[in-house]
Design a binder for this molecule. Structure first.
Ligand SMILES: Nc1nc2c(c(=O)[nH]1)N[C@H]1C(S)=C(S)[C@@H](COP(=O)(O)OP(=O)(O)OC[C@H]3O[C@@H](n4cnc5c(=O)[nH]c(N)nc54)[C@H](O)[C@@H]3O)O[C@H]1N2
Ligand SMILES: Nc1nc2c(c(=O)[nH]1)N[C@H]1C(S)=C(S)[C@@H](COP(=O)(O)OP(=O)(O)OC[C@H]3O[C@@H](n4cnc5c(=O)[nH]c(N)nc54)[C@H](O)[C@@H]3O)O[C@H]1N2
Ligand code: SF4
Ligand SMILES: [Mo]
Length: 708
């Protein structure tokens, strides 16, 4: 609590959304009603502002469309017809159906489906894991985001936070590599601006002229999926022009000789042909990057959504060590500084409850799993969705819809709103929003712990996810004490408060201030000290993993795993799977590379149903280059069909040169039922990339035609 005056109080909060900024909020409550949310001005990263989406968070909380009571389906599947029932009736029905399914098919016939609709340590990614592990359900691999990037980063540096975003203001050369920070990491932007005021240069490497690219000092358009080639080309120049920090490389890295040899395969002329970037620009970028210190690279998440994304990210990761950027305050690399948060995985996942050999299903491939394309014995007979909207967010949308429509599939969805996914539920359960529940937040974009105190009573019969699983566990008869842990107690258990990074941080401080900075070194790698097996930056990785390796954090804590052929320990460039070079026959039919962009006014599919947000974001659309539009007779604003063998969506075309020829871009997050026909994930593929079971959703060829 910040203050109380009469009936008015101000409460510490934290934005719950899947966003690197994890803003500290202040919630003003008058007579039991939240009347204002604003950024906490004291928080060094939030600096008093929330983004445009969450400044209107109360539109979400008090929306007339909120789900406030449990409901049972009464119409045909997917029709969205429901009747209100009691919590007791809902829990009874779930219990009975689960029991019947488990008796007939075994517990693996139940599959949880969750992601980061809520990012809290209590109510987020892992909140249902103890319950489903105890049930013996299928283990779900949740690799929607940064599983591939994280694997590549860990192979190189180990679990280090890297460059603390707070220190970006000291940088002199900042590369946003496949990162649209002005939309997706807005609070980093003010640190970047401060650096620029002190003379830093900002470079954006992106196939699309995004709002970030437009605001950068230098936008380098690159062909999608060719970043590995560019990084190796930069190394080629840096090595051959003696711009390497030899001392740093000798003392604090392993595998330089091998990396040097690999980089010789990527002379600038060859890289120019692959990436579409002129040789002169490759030379300038390499020279400026190596010689302007401190330099820092911020990588975004879209890089991993390409067939060779992992190896490409590995190559990018090697650059800061090669030029000794880690020596300096504000130099190095920012991936996702979540690694030092001392999360008690044993508490949040309870992996000891997992029966060895329990099967694993990946969530990107939900459509394939539900339709039987991936043969599963037992088949999935119950799907339990929370914190997730797979219909709009997972690939191969048409297969997901076919799967969800199965009459024999029992579906439970816990939600705020009737999403495209919730429409298919048999039972819908109401979830609280962040102002109604307690939570403790880690961050994947800064190094502060943030506390979220409940500001108002839950609306209707909504419950926090923690309470949902307490109720379910009780109804299923699970007797372990930890299924009864209160939220207050959970805040004390989910973090290791005695970890060195938590020195000086306790609940009292969090309650009075709302947030606390982890105790970390702002320049952690001046002398190597990387948390890898060798203690050094590993150009040549010693992490012997294959393409199926998934970090335990992304799969309910499950570690049993038999590696196959190891990934090349040296970074390399792996071409796109769907391209004229790799698949000329396919490229003849579908010549355009479809990319998805995060929408400025939405967080994934959150807010896309709210009037203010959707008005500001505008209609769904596909952006197409004037040359590609001209060949197809497409004019600006015309409704077009974007399609391939996987599926189709229809949107107005925006003809402009924000994108390169050959690349079309559609913003992500629009709801299918609020769109003209289909959404972008109708055309994307659930096929894995080279690492961490990310899906190659950016490696997708389509054709665009005028609708008749
Ligand atoms: N406003 C808003 N903010 C968000 C989100 C949101 O939905 N809306 N989502 C949150 C989440 S979950 C995430 S993961 C982050 C993602 O944050 P970002 O990674 O910044 O977002 P993306 O839009 O996925 O991709 C960033 C850029 O990569 C470019 N890109 C695509 N393919 C390639 C490629 O092959 N090479 C290169 N160099 N660039 C490429 C795209 O054109 C895009 O501009 O944002 C978070 N913040
Ligand atoms: N083509 C393509 N597809 C993509 C991406 C891409 O770049 N391109 N990006 C991918 C990435 S990076 C990500 S992170 C994923 C995101 O995928 P999802 O996490 O599925 O994304 P959201 O649309 O945010 O869905 C979260 C849902 O959780 C609900 N929710 C919020 N809070 C709570 C709560 O407290 N309790 C319960 N029960 N529910 C709650 C929200 O209302 C929302 O409907 O999408 C991935 N999909
Ligand atoms: S969505 Fe991101 S930028 Fe917006 S308030 Fe939440 S954490 Fe901050
Ligand atoms: Mo994400």
């Amino acid at each position: 609590m910040v203050s109380t005056v009469g009936e008015k109080k101000v409460v510490h909060g934290a934005c719950p959304h899947d966003c690197p900024d994890t803003c500290a909020m202040l919630v003003t409550v008058e007579e039991g009603r939240a009347v204002k949310v604003e950024g906490n001005p004291d928080h060094p990263f939030t600096q008093g502002t929330l983004c445009g989406k969450v400044s209107d968070y109360l539109d979400r909380v008090y929306s007339a469309d909120r789900i406030l009571y449990p409901m049972r389906r009464v119409g045909p599947k997917g029709s969205g017809q429901f009747e209100r029932i009691s919590w007791e009736a809902a829990l009874d029905e779930i219990h009975d159906r689960f029991e019947q399914i488990i008796n007939q098919y075994g517990a693996e016939a139940v599959m949880p489906c969750s992601y980061l609709g809520h990012e809290g340590l209590l109510n987020g990614l892992t909140v249902g894991d103890p319950f489903f592990n105890r049930l013996g359900a299928t283990i779900t691999e949740r690799t929607f985001c940064i599983s591939c990037t994280s694997t590549a980063y860990l192979m190189t540096y180990g679990p280090t936070y890297g460059t603390d975003p707070d220190t970006f203001k000291h940088s002199k050369y900042i590369i946003l590599w496949g990162c649209n920070a002005l939309s997706t990491n807005v609070h980093l932007w003010s640190f970047i601006q401060e650096a620029r005021q002190n003379g830093a240069k900002l470079v954006s490497i992106d196939p699309v002229r995004t709002r970030t690219a437009k605001q950068s000092d230098w936008h380098i358009p690159i062909r999608p999926g060719t970043d590995g080639a560019l990084a190796l080309g930069l190394m080629n120049v840096i090595i051959n022009e003696n711009l390497v920090d030899q001392d740093y490389v000798e003392k604090y890295t392993v595998g330089f000789a091998e990396l040097k040899e690999r980089a010789q395969e990527y002379p600038p002329e060859k890289v120019a042909k692959i990436t579409g970037i002129p040789v002169a620009d490759i030379l300038t970028l390499a020279r400026e990057y190596a010689t302007t210190q401190p330099s820092v690279i911020r990588i975004g998440v879209a890089l991993e959504k390409q067939a060779g994304g992992g190896q490409g990210i590995r190559a990018i990761c090697c650059l800061p060590a090669l030029v000794g950027a880690w020596r300096h305050l504000g130099g190095g690399m920012l991936q996702a500084p979540m690694w030092p948060f001392p999360i008690r995985w044993d508490v949040v996942h309870r992996p000891h409850l997992i029966q060895p050999g329990t099967r694993v299903v990946n969530q990107w491939q939900l459509g394939r799993a539900l339709t039987g394309e991936i043969p599963l014995d037992p088949p999935i007979k119950a799907l339990f969705v929370y914190n997730c909207n797979p219909v709009t967010q997972a690939a191969e949308q048409e297969k997901i819809l076919a799967g969800l429509a199965r009459e024999d599939l029992f579906i439970v969805v816990s939600e705020h709103f009737m999403t495209d996914t919730a429409d298919y539920a048999d039972i819908v359960l109401p979830a609280t929003t962040q102002v109604e529940n307690l939570d403790l937040m880690f961050s994947w974009g800064h190094t502060y712990v943030t506390l979220n105190l409940p500001a108002i009573e839950p609306l209707g019969e909504a419950v926090p996810n923690t309470e949902l699983f307490r109720r379910l566990a009780a109804r299923m008869g699970f007797e372990e004490e930890f299924f009864k842990t209160s939220d207050e107690q959970l805040t004390l258990e989910v973090l290791d408060w005695s970890a060195p990074v938590m020195q000086g941080v306790d609940m009292e401080l969090l309650k009075s201030q709302g947030y606390a900075k982890l105790k970390i070194d702002p320049v952690p790698h001046t002398e190597g000290n990387f948390p890898t097996p060798s203690g050094k930056c590993e150009f040549m990785s010693s992490m012997k993993v294959d393409g199926n390796f998934v970090l335990p954090a992304f799969r309910q804590g499950y570690e049993e795993y038999e590696p196959g052929a190891a990934i090349d320990p040296l970074p390399d460039y792996i071409p796109q799977r769907e391209s004229a070079q790799s698949n000329p026959e396919l490229a003849k039919r579908y010549p355009l590379n479809l990319l998805s962009a995060k929408s400025h006014q939405f967080i994934n599919s959150c807010f896309a149903n709210l009037p203010k947000h959707s008005k500001l974001q505008g209609e769904p659309r596909v952006i197409i280059h004037p040359e590609d539009a001209a060949i197809r007779g497409i004019s600006n604003g015309q409704i077009v069909k974007v399609f391939n063998d996987r599926g189709t969506f229809q949107v107005p075309a925006i003809v402009n040169n924000m994108t390169c020829p050959g690349v079309v871009v559609a913003p992500l997050g629009y709801w299918r039922k609020l769109s003209c026909a289909g959404t972008i994930n109708a055309a994307t593929a659930a096929t894995f990339t080279d690492m961490g079971h990310a899906a190659a959703v950016g490696d997708a060829l389509v054709e665009v035609t005028v609708t008749s």
